[in-house]
Design a protein around this ligand. Structure first.
Ligand SMILES: Nc1nc2c(ncn2[C@@H]2O[C@H](COP(=O)(O)OP(=O)(O)O)[C@@H](O)[C@H]2O)c(=O)[nH]1
Ligand SMILES: [Mg+2]
Length: 338
């Protein structure tokens, strides 16, 4: 019964929303075949996409069947990750990029992952408003996700939503994440093209970037090029990148002014270049990498759960070993997994 109520509500949104969705949009009845829903997603029915994304985010009872029905349609979208320190201008640049992509006739899905501390929870709404290019356009779909509960990392829901956008035949899926801790590694695993933003005036971030963000960048961007210190930031980044000769491909360093769209064409061109490289490697490679990531995440969850749910005999003896110094935590972890 609950299900009916939810579907009912989906069918009777506000009139403004209904107008935006168009009259053709129908709700997804609880008994609609997943393949039917996927067909409506591929036809660009906004409400069908919205419904699927919600189901996949919540990992509802229907989600596995839906994921199954989506499989044969996956592999079209290019997934572009934007990461970097808060305030670097990621949302603003993504907004500018959406505009360009739409001009080029591309359909764009955006997943914005915010660090959702109880205090800054409002940041999600801020991003929604900033992405104004997306508001009245059926070729753009924006979904904000909380990163709560994943230690700052990407929620596995993000990967499922990428698949939903992909199955809906979006050309571009943009993933915006704040480059802290686990996030940057996650983006490296999940995105096909990794864009790392820096901006002048954000303090010691270049130093911090050397270890983490610089490692994963396919493209570096110095945003806020209108600000004092941009040249210096650019210089520092190029210097830091030059030290690492281990890359197979040189990492371009671009300057942008996201607010006025300057440099966005160049960024699009570089994204397309990396995209071509990725396409040559094959969609199977990309999808396998995302699958591997999901398995690793699920495995970590399982191990955590097992450890938290109480000590079996083996865990007790592993703990004793670590406490006495006879075993390192790493060795104990290895044995736990065996
Ligand atoms: N001067 C200047 N400000 C910018 C530029 N791009 C973004 N901003 C501003 O920087 C602030 C943070 O931008 P936002 O996109 O929210 O950064 P995010 O936290 O990385 O997503 C906002 O006030 C933007 O208006 C730029 O190119 N130049
Ligand atoms: Mg943002």
């Amino acid at each position: 019964m609950t299900k009916d109520r939810i579907d009912d509500r989906t069918g009777n949104g506000t009139s403004a929303e209904a107008a935006r969705l168009g009259n053709s949009a129908r709700p997804a009845p609880a008994d609609e075949a997943p393949s039917q829903l996927v067909a409506r997603m591929r036809a660009g029915e906004r409400r069908a996409i919205s419904y699927a994304v919600t189901e996949l985010e919540a990992l509802s009872a229907r989600a596995p069947a839906l994921l199954g029905a989506m499989q044969e349609h996956l592999g079209h979208a290019l997934v572009v990750g934007f990461t970097g320190p808060p305030g670097a201008g990621k949302s603003t640049l993504v907004n500018a990029l959406i505009r360009k992509a739409r001009e080029a006739g591309q359909r764009v899905g955006v997943i914005a992952v915010d660090p959702s501390s109880p205090i800054s929870g409002g940041a999600i709404l801020g991003d929604r408003i900033r992405m104004t290019a997306a508001l009245d356009d059926d070729g753009v779909f924006v979904r904000s996700l909380a990163s709560r509960g994943y230690l700052g990392g990407l929620s596995p829901a993000a990967v499922r939503i990428i698949d939903a956008f992909d199955a809906a035949h979006f050309d571009l899926v943009i993933l915006e994440t704040v480059g802290t801790g686990q996030n940057e590694i996650d983006v490296a695993e999940v995105a096909d093209v990794r864009v790392v933003l820096a901006a002048p005036g954000l303090g010691d971030d270049i130093q911090a970037m050397k270890s983490g963000l610089l490692e994963i960048a396919d493209i570096m961007v110095v945003n806020k090029a209108d600000r004092e210190g941009a040249e210096q930031t650019l210089h520092q980044l190029k210097g830091a990148l030059a030290i690492r000769a281990d890359r197979r491909h040189a990492v371009p360093v671009l300057k942008t002014i996201a607010l006025s769209g300057i440099g966005v064409d160049e960024l699009m061109a570089e994204v397309a270049k990396v995209g071509e490289r990725v396409a040559t490697a094959g969609i199977e490679v990309r999808r396998r990498r995302r699958a591997r990531y999901l398995i690793a995440r699920a495995a970590a969850d399982l191990v955590n759960e097992r450890i938290r749910s109480g000590e079996g005999a083996s865990l007790t003896s592993l703990c004793d070993g670590v406490l006495s110094g006879a075993t390192t935590p790493a060795d104990a972890a290895r044995r736990l997994l065996e």
